[in-house]
Design a protein around this ligand. Structure first.
Ligand code: ADP
Length: 592
């Protein structure tokens, strides 16, 4: 048995404590600091001197107090009970902590991440005698009405199942015993522990080419993200970021949602903690929490906990991915996480790089987003899982040249450029169509069952985007020389671009029908607008006045298509007939 390594505090600097006498300790070992047993993690080692980032307030800690190495890395508990939980950055259940300790938690509180008393009904999916290895699913627990939690063999366990039985178990009771070839026995429980700093293993990586449908037209049609993809969304104040985040959490076609919130002001996170649990899952009508895990950091929590929170969140998300689920992780805001890194780095007296951030900022951000992906999971039965990461950034003053934004843009494949200017004009979602981008555009085509429709949709988006770009140029001309300089075709381009913006891109999150649009409906709506454009061009050729074209009654129908329920989608397609009829009438009136 190894001796417990116990050192002594020599210095306390904000969230960082330096201890001597730590010979034999390893980087990233979790330690217990001081008489209060505060949790910390070793982040730097020089000989027997260890620098420790501490997850709680360090006031009152002083030199000479003991530091004990637990010899384990920072880990999370994974098992039934995660769903519907609200945790702090190091997986302490927030509502429970608040109950037990009052609003201000006392330090050194050791609350397990998973409830130890609750019993879960475990149903085996393999029988005694089966050969199993890491990642194999051996049974299931119906964790919530929406999540069937699969129990997997933990890493490092391999052999024959000696005993397994259906029944009610707490997370730390043994549900199965596995005997290895050499006779060694391992007990499998509903819960396993997993270090958070490194990605969980996968069998292989697959191309993330399946669209993650969000039901938000500007996103799905123009800037899609994929199952396993990464996206970044800046959030200038008042630009509708919270509404976009909530819309995504509600509507993405992912089975599990993990939301990591790093608030700046205390009340920002309070909003999340109170608002998020009230969201309804539109697919089932149940609370969204029935398939979500929430990690919340308020500003009065120590910076180190904020630094750890994204790792806690992503490890939980990976765990569900490994069961074969599609998972969406939303981190809001990663700028707060980067600031926590900066603060700790300063205390460690590291050489600062740009804007005072540590030199490893970009590497850490990249490593975080690289944990997203569509993967072949380890173990049998064979399954595929996907983890998408949507990270919000909030640069000071909305400045996109900020280090965190730049480092993020280097790794993510989608950028939704949220603009305060658009929000001010009440154009929601305020995602700017000219500066946003997605490298997953190919995924759009593939999500249509009808291949021709998929190809056509791709063409429609290219045409629509072309018109939006043309609009920007034309408006510049209008500004310089006035609208009279425009040809009828140009005027039509402006009108169609307006229609794309107002009738298609603009989407009201609070309207019962408009809040979500299926892919087939997005196709029909965009097709109508461009069909009108094509027919109008033909009318202009025979000298119909543009003013008359824009006055056609069908324009109103095109605009109102967004409010037609999915069940009546045929009505949207029918609008094209009306366009044809009304245009024909116009043309014939001119010819006559
Ligand atoms: P932020 O979080 O960026 O400060 P919010 O998300 O709270 O901003 O949005 C501010 C307001 O903008 C909301 O209260 C709402 O009235 C409006 N809004 C934002 N997005 C939408 C949307 N998609 N549809 C309708 N209204 C919206």
């Amino acid at each position: 048995m190894s001796e417990t390594k116990e050192g002594r505090i020599v210095k306390v600097a904000g969230p960082v404590v330096v201890a001597e006498g730590m010979t034999g300790a390893r980087m990233y070992d979790v330690v217990r600091v001081g008489k209060l047993n505060i949790i910390g993690e070793i982040v730097e080692l020089h000989g027997d001197l260890a620098s420790i980032q501490v997850y709680e307030e360090t006031t009152g800690l002083g030199p000479g107090e003991p530091v004990v190495d637990t010899e384990a890395p920072l880990s999370v508990e994974l098992g039934p009970g995660l769903i519907e939980s609200i945790y702090d950055g190091i997986q302490r259940p927030l509502p429970l902590l608040a109950e037990a300790e009052g609003e201000f938690m006392s330090r050194g509180s050791a609350m397990p991440g998973l409830n130890r008393e609750k019993k879960w009904h475990f149903k085996p999916t393999v029988e005694g005698g089966a050969e199993v290895g890491p990642g194999d699913i051996i049974g299931e627990v119906q964790e919530s009405s929406l999540v069937n939690h699969r129990i997997m063999v933990p890493a490092g366990v391999k052999g024959k199942i000696e005993k397994i039985g259906e029944g009610d178990y707490t997370v730390d009771e043994t549900v199965a015993i596995v005997t290895a070839e050499d006779g060694r026995k391992s007990e499998i429980k509903l819960m396993q522990k997993c270090p958070v700093r490194n990605a969980r293993q996968v069998k292989g990586r697959l191309v993330p080419n399946k669209i993650l449908v969000t039901g938000q037209r500007v996103i799905d049609t123009f800037f899609p993200v994929t199952k396993g993809g990464t996206a970044c969304i800046p959030g200038p104040f008042g630009s509708g970021k919270t509404v976009v985040q909530h819309q995504l959490a509600k509507w993405v076609d992912a089975e599990i949602v993990v939301y990591v919130g790093c608030g700046e002001r205390g009340n920002e996170m309070t909003d999340v903690i109170t608002e998020f649990p009230e969201l309804k899952d539109p697919y089932s009508g149940e609370p969204l929490m029935k398939r979500s895990v929430l990690i919340a950091n308020t500003s009065n929590m120590p910076v180190a906990a904020r630094e750890a929170s994204v790792y806690t969140g992503i490890t939980i998300a990976e765990y569900f991915r490994d069961m074969g689920f599609t998972v969406a992780l939303m981190a809001d805001s990663t700028s707060r996480w980067a600031e926590a890194m900066r603060e700790i780095s300063t205390r460690l007296e590291e050489m600062p790089a740009e804007e005072g951030y540590p030199a490893y900022l970009a590497a850490r951000i990249a490593a975080f987003y690289e944990r997203a992906g569509r993967v072949q999971c380890i173990g049998s039965p064979q399954r595929e899982g996907a983890l998408s990461i949507i990270g919000a950034v909030s640069p000071p003053g909305g400045d996109l040249s900020d280090s965190v934004v730049q480092a993020t843009l280097h790794v993510v494949k989608v950028f939704w450029s949220l603009q305060g200017k658009l929000a001010y004009q009440r154009h929601f979602p305020a995602i700017d169509w000219l500066t946003s981008y997605s490298f997953y555009k190919e995924s759009l085509k593939a999500c249509f069952e009808d291949k021709d429709q998929g190809r056509e949709m791709e063409e429609l988006t290219v045409k629509a985007m072309g018109l939006l770009e043309q609009e920007a140029e034309l408006l510049e001309i209008v500004r310089l020389v006035g609208a009279e300089a425009l040809s009828p075709q140009d005027r039509l381009a402006l009108e169609t671009a307006r229609s794309i913006r107002e009738d298609f891109l603009h989407q009201n999150a609070f309207h019962e029908v408009d809040t979500h649009t299926s892919m087939p409906k997005q196709y029909e709506m965009l097709k109508n607008i461009l069909h009108f454009h094509k027919q109008a061009l033909m009318a202009i050729e025979v000298e119909v006045e543009t003013a008359q074209i824009f006055k056609l009654a069908v324009c109103e129908e095109i605009a109102r298509a967004k409010y037609i329920p999915q069940a009546d989608i045929a009505k949207i397609a029918k609008i094209r007939q009306t366009i044809d009829e009304q245009m024909k009438q116009l043309r014939s009136s001119v010819v006559a």
